[in-house]
Design a protein around this ligand. Structure first.
Ligand SMILES: Nc1ncnc2c1ncn2[C@@H]1O[C@H](COP(=O)(O)OP(=O)(O)OP(=O)(O)O)[C@@H](O)[C@H]1O
Ligand SMILES: Cc1cn([C@H]2C[C@H](O)[C@@H](COP(=O)(O)O)O2)c(=O)[nH]c1=O
Length: 414
């Protein structure tokens, strides 16, 4: 049964495996071979270190179940004191062939991870588990089962493989992390309506919005940036100085649901934020007929945070700059100008501390995770049509406002 689940997604021998062993370098890639292969360098380190080694991959036809199971496993394993590395199995360049999972090194004498693995194999979502054994300079894997009996289990040797051209997670971003049309995000919330009752309320709010296309109105200016880069300060100043309407994404009507969706795995959380943009779009269409509109975060934030979270490790793992993953959704109202506020990491942390507010989990992670911060900012800069203009937001609020007025005058003739 386990094996069948894995084979349904392509035979094991044609799959490539990737382990995020060191976040500062490329993932370690390997394939499987029937003959022993000598391991060197990082591969030797990954498979040769002490401790019991396992990897596991989650499969289910139901993407909501799969996403929730993956999040649950991550939580369970990380509280067991094991070394847990994100892993994936995929067919090179084949979209949606990715099975996400973990590589586990359990150094405990009692093998704590086995307990977790046993309980996982009893669930209705398929979790394929492999165990690894070393044999001199070689290492082989075989299917592992909680009851120690796997039909036709074959030993397959680990064979180091060259790095994939595209990081495996980029193969599954489209309409799982970033949604390129409203219907795709809508479907996700429909699919989880039974387990997350708030989904129905969110969908009702989306349905209530009129499908408006933008007429010839006043300019729409979006202000983007990491937390504490000064968006609230600037957007409020622009509202006053331009006599503009100030909107934000997600819109106020979704505020009561935000915490609930923030605690869900990326598939569900990102669909929620995507729908927030469509509601904001209908407000923009209406308000821009009356006055200039300033928007605090919009699709750039939704896509940049989603891509940076989906792609593990370093900035080089992001989809290439010309990737279609940076393309604006065709059915989403486009603003006239997008400005990206940037400050140095030190200044941003200082502003966060001065503000002394609660941070979202993601933002707390961001503070300690320089790599993530760099990826979000780089993803912002790669988004196309419209692309964003970077504004140095380190000077005083008055100076930043002056710079931005200048840009608005030039680009929007306001
Ligand atoms: N140009 C500036 N110079 C110095 N401090 C600033 C400047 N702009 C804003 N701040 C201060 O930095 C902190 C963060 O600013 P603000 O709340 O405007 O950021 P933000 O981008 O809206 O954050 P978030 O996305 O988390 O809402 C606040 O304490 C604010 O007073
Ligand atoms: C709009 C939007 C926001 N987020 C995340 C990014 C940050 O961690 C917080 C900040 O939101 P705030 O309302 O500006 O305080 O939310 C996101 O992941 N996706 C989005 O679309």
């Amino acid at each position: 049964m386990l094996k069948r689940a894995m084979f349904r997604c392509g035979p094991l021998c044609s799959r490539v495996f990737a382990v995020e062993f060191d976040l500062h370098t490329k993932p370690l890639y390997f394939t499987l071979s029937s003959s022993p292969q000598v391991l060197h360098g990082d591969h030797q380190q990954l498979f040769g270190d002490c401790g019991k080694l396992f990897s596991l991959y989650v499969h289910s036809e139901n993407r909501i179940e799969k996403a929730r199971m993956y999040a649950e496993i991550k939580h369970k394993l990380s509280t067991r004191g094991c070394d847990v590395f994100e892993a994936s199995s995929f067919m090179p360049n084949v979209r949606n062939s990715v099975l996400k999972g973990f590589f586990v090194r359990d150094k405990s004498t009692t093998c704590l991870s086995k307990e977790v693995l046993k309980s996982l194999q009893q669930q209705k979502v398929s979790v394929c588990v492999f165990s690894y054994e070393r044999e001199g300079q070689h290492c082989w894997q075989e299917m592992w089962s909680a009851v120690n009996h796997v039909e036709e289990s074959v030993k397959q040797y680990i064979k180091p493989a060259a790095a994939a051209e595209h990081h495996p997670s980029t193969l599954s971003i489209s309409n799982s992390d970033v949604f390129y049309c409203m219907d795709e995000a809508y479907k996700v919330l429909q699919e989880c309506a039974d387990i997350i009752p708030e989904s129905k309320e969110v969908l009702k709010l989306v349905d209530e919005q009129l499908k408006t296309t933008r007429g010839n109105g006043f300019p729409v200016i979006v202000i983007e940036g990491l937390d504490a880069t000064g968006k609230t300060t600037l957007t409020e100043a622009l509202r006053q100085s331009l006599n503009a309407t100030l909107l934000k994404s997600p819109p106020q009507c979704l505020a009561p649901f935000r915490q609930r969706f923030d605690s869900e795995p990326p598939l569900i959380r990102r669909a929620f934020y995507a729908l927030g943009n469509y509601i904001t779009a209908t407000h923009i269409a209406k308000e821009s007929l009356r006055a200039p509109v300033i928007v605090d975060r919009y699709w750039h934030s939704t896509a940049a945070y989603a891509i940076a979270t989906a792609v593990g490790g370093r900035v080089e793992n992001l989809p290439k700059p010309d990737s279609e993953l940076y393309v604006w959704p065709e059915d989403l109202l486009q603003p006239d100008l997008v400005l990206l506020l940037t400050v140095s990491p030190e200044e941003r942390v200082r502003r966060l501390r001065d503000r002394g507010q609660d941070k979202t989990t993601e933002e707390a992670e961001l503070e300690i995770n320089q790599l993530f911060r760099l990826k979000v900012e780089e993803a912002y800069k790669r988004i196309q049509n419209p692309s964003c203009i970077t504004v140095d937001a380190s000077p005083s609020p008055q100076e930043v406002l002056k710079q931005v007025h200048h840009l608005i005058r030039n680009k929007c003739h306001l």
